[in-house]
Design a protein. Structure first.
Lengths: 436, 172, 166
């Protein structure tokens, strides 16, 4: 076919203009209207039930308005009607990908109100499970982030590694997710017999697997193209918007509560906090990979410390500690038979006391605290108010995803709509925490 | 799969039982059986993961507890292309109309598995914010309890559903 | 700065400062709020320029009925402070801090959604977590928990707030 434009112009004469419907009849120019589209709440790529209202001009996002609340559970109101220990079971389901951090923040707050401290062995176990949970959460970031950007095999690898860690959690706490293991005063039970061997396996296998992720994704041209320069959020914007966690550290601010305001013994562990300056999605990816390695370092130190810190895993005060002293018996996890004999056969007061301890629990002195931990997504804070009863008066969960999601419009306005998926994945929000 | 393949297959029913069924009018023909088998072999779930149960559902679809053994690894994002909706997670009041709309968009035949106690009965959240059981909004075929149910529990529920599909009358 | 030093420093400007359990709490009047937060942010050595959290508590039979609390954190000096403002029941208005701390945008919407506290000067004060047509403010103490009774064969168990157990 000839490329002679005069021929084509001649052929076009006498044919109706196919673009007539797209032109403004008055001026003859193409109409420039923006389009408002709705992404979600049921969408494969929005990381859960998040609804994004996007105003698009072609492919460019002009305005973005996230609509949240599709997973609002009323956890905060529910804790006001349950005892302090039952609060752990509610609070652990807020940010469901890092349940141990929810429990740890809440229990540190309750312990500060009570004026007690968990025994040293319990603190070491807490740090161990929290750091392994951080690794599991970052693996989900890799898996779902990769899936949303089209790298489906990363999803399968991420979940494969996660299964090893969840297997350990199931051996220690009885559940794969939402464990309710960290309680005010310590942890529920000591490690089972097969626990140390499983931990050793994890510490041996995971470094090689993280190397595999780096080999697969680090210099992958598609991964780099889709993540470099995408979702840029500079340090001043991030601090103004209250963003914490890997998103803030990618912008050059070395803020990490484990170093800045240490808790649960973190000041005694030797680890680094990875910081980058590019402030884009690729920097956040690199930070999370390096954080996984640092978490392995901390887990290694905590595991070695376990042999040097024997002792109870719950405070001795009978009002605070869970009465039956659970341990792994011949029928699985069971009550201590000596304790059962004592309350059922020997002492009526012990039975009454056991009953009160289980149904009402401890009475926490009046006051308020704000206790914050560094969850995989940022600062996870609990503002707990007590009036001296056996249940909380108010538990406010400051969830990092709730605050980080506010920064999404700042990240994607002015960029392409396909980049909004990559930016959202790089924030790694968990809608359970956003909506609570 | 042509229906002739099933002739001569031992049906497991005595002639008296077959007569009874004919009298009751609930005879499942070999064609029904073939269609039921085909339907249960390749169900496509719709992505409706809401909360913690969604992570266990993803684990069930991942490498270790492989849903692809039953032809279900392909989660369809568009409800028009899906025939199974696994409601995985707590349904809030704001999400309930969306749930109903997705269910209505699915084309017959369709089934619903309510995964976890939050979807089945409201779970531990008996409060203002959570719908106390999705069976108040959509008809549910299988309830899988647990908080969250292990992937093996979800697979057991799916196999029960497949048994139900295989022996049901497809052309109502 | 240690909590005691910080409290000493802040007491030079505000009289009502308390240190308990290692945490510093400042109680401000509603009209003094924006100036107070500005001083806490700009004062050399105090530098509390990061708003971590913003929430409220409802005390139905007390005066003030609502306490709005602001958790501030210093990224440079690594300390925290809590600022509290009391509001009367019949006039739950407080100036919005969103112009000063953009992160307060969603926090104030959530507090309005749950408690009905109105933040004057907020760019868009609408419900955020509950459906837009929800009536009432559920986290107030006079609102019920909600929920339905649990049905068993031959008996029902009412929801937790109706069971008559303390």
């Amino acid at each position: 076919m000839s490329r002679d434009t005069s021929d084509m112009a001649a052929a076009r004469d006498g044919v109706t203009d196919l673009t007539a419907g797209f032109r403004d009849p008055a001026t003859g120019e193409f109409r420039q209207e923006t389009m408002i589209i709705n992404m979600g709440p049921q969408h494969p790529s929005t990381h859960g039930v998040l609804r994004l209202l996007l105003e698009l001009d072609g492919e460019t996002v002009i305005r973005c308005k996230p609509v949240i609340g599709y997973l609002h559970t009323g956890i905060e109101k529910n804790t006001e009607y349950r005892t302090w220990v039952q609060g752990v079971a509610f609070v652990t389901r807020a940010d469901y990908l890092s349940p141990f951090f929810n429990e740890l923040g809440y229990c540190l707050g309750v312990e500060r109100l009570l004026g007690i401290e968990a025994p040293p062995r319990a603190q070491v176990i807490r740090v161990l499970v929290c750091e392994l949970n951080r690794i599991a959460s970052h693996l989900i970031y890799l898996a779902t982030g990769g899936l949303e950007l089209g790298a489906v095999s990363v999803m399968l690898y991420g979940f494969r590694e996660r299964e090893i860690i969840l297997d350990l959690f199931e051996a220690i706490t009885g559940l794969r997710m939402n464990h309710a293991y960290i309680r005010p005063g310590g942890v529920l039970m000591d490690l089972p017999e097969e626990g140390p061997q499983k931990i050793r396996d994890i510490l041996r296998i995971l470094p090689g697997r993280i190397d595999e992720y780096e080999t697969l994704l680090d210099d992958n041209p598609i991964w780099r193209e889709r993540n470099e320069g995408v979702g840029v959020l500079r340090a001043d914007e991030a601090l103004a918007l209250g963003v914490t966690g890997p998103v803030l550290r990618a912008a050059g601010v070395p803020a990490d509560l484990r170093k800045d305001m240490p808790y649960a013994g973190y000041e005694t562990y030797d680890f680094d906090v990875p910081v980058r300056t590019e402030a884009d999605a690729y920097a956040r990816y690199r930070i999370r990979i390096e954080e996984m390695r640092e978490s392995l370092k901390i887990a290694q130190q905590a595991f070695e410390r376990l042999d040097e810190t024997p002792g109870p895993v719950m405070v001795a005060d009978p009002k605070v500690g869970w009465p039956p002293k659970l341990s792994v018996g011949p029928d699985g996890i069971g009550n201590d038979p000596a304790y059962l004999r004592h309350i059922m056969e020997e002492s009526m007061e012990a039975l009454i006391h056991h009953f009160k301890a289980v149904t009402q629990g401890v009475e926490v002195p009046p006051g308020e605290v704000y206790s914050a931990v560094e969850s995989p997504r940022g600062e996870l804070g609990f503002h707990i108010v007590s009036t001296g009863e056996h249940r909380p008066y108010r538990v406010k969960i400051r969830d990092p995803s709730f605050v980080n999601l506010q920064a999404l419009p700042a990240m994607i306005e002015g960029y392409l709509v396909a980049d909004s998926v990559a930016a959202n994945a790089s924030i790694d929000p968990v809608m359970g925490g956003v909506d609570r | 799969m042509p229906a002739e393949r099933f002739e001569g297959v031992h049906l497991g029913k005595t002639p008296e039982e077959v007569e009874e069924e004919v009298e009751r009018g609930v005879l499942v023909t070999t064609l029904d059986r073939a269609v039921g088998w085909a339907r249960k072999q390749s169900m496509w779930p719709a992505t409706f993961g809401l909360a913690c149960c969604a992570i266990e559902m993803m684990s069930a679809g991942a490498g270790q507890y492989d849903l692809s053994r039953w032809g279900m690894e392909l989660f369809r994002a568009s409800p028009r292309q899906a025939d199974l909706m696994i409601v995985a997670g707590r349904v809030s009041q704001k999400m309930a109309p969306v749930l109903r709309r997705i269910y209505d968009q699915m084309v017959e035949p369709k089934w619903v598995i309510s995964m976890g106690v939050c979807a089945s009965a409201g779970g531990m959240f008996t409060n203002y914010a959570i719908v106390q059981g999705v069976d108040t909004i959509v008809p549910v075929d299988i309830y899988v309890p647990g908080c969250p149910p292990k992937p093996e529990m979800l697979m057991y529920g799916i196999l029960k559903l497949q048994g139900k599909v295989r022996t049901s009358e497809p052309f109502r | 700065m240690s909590p005691e030093d910080l409290a000493q420093r802040v007491r030079s400007r505000f009289p009502d400062v308390v240190v308990t359990r290692g945490e510093v709490t400042v109680v401000l009047e509603r009209d003094d709020l924006l100036d107070g937060l500005g001083w806490l942010r700009d004062e050399d050595g105090v530098e509390l320029g990061f708003l971590s959290s913003l929430s409220a508590t409802h005390w139905p039979d007390a005066e003030p009925a609502f306490w709005v609390d602001y958790e501030l954190r210093s990224m440079t000096r690594l300390h925290r402070i809590r600022v509290k403002v009391g509001l009367p029941a019949e006039d739950p208005h407080v100036p919005s801090v969103t112009p000063m701390f953009p992160t307060a945008n969603w926090h104030e919407r959530e507090t309005f959604d749950f408690f009905g506290v109105v933040f004057d000067g907020h760019p868009e004060l609408t419900r955020i977590l509950l459906p837009d047509d929800w009536e009432g403010h559920p986290l107030r103490k006079d609102e019920p928990l909600g929920g339905v009774p649990t049905w068993f064969h031959g008996a029902t168990v009412p929801p937790i707030d109706d069971r008559g157990m303390a």
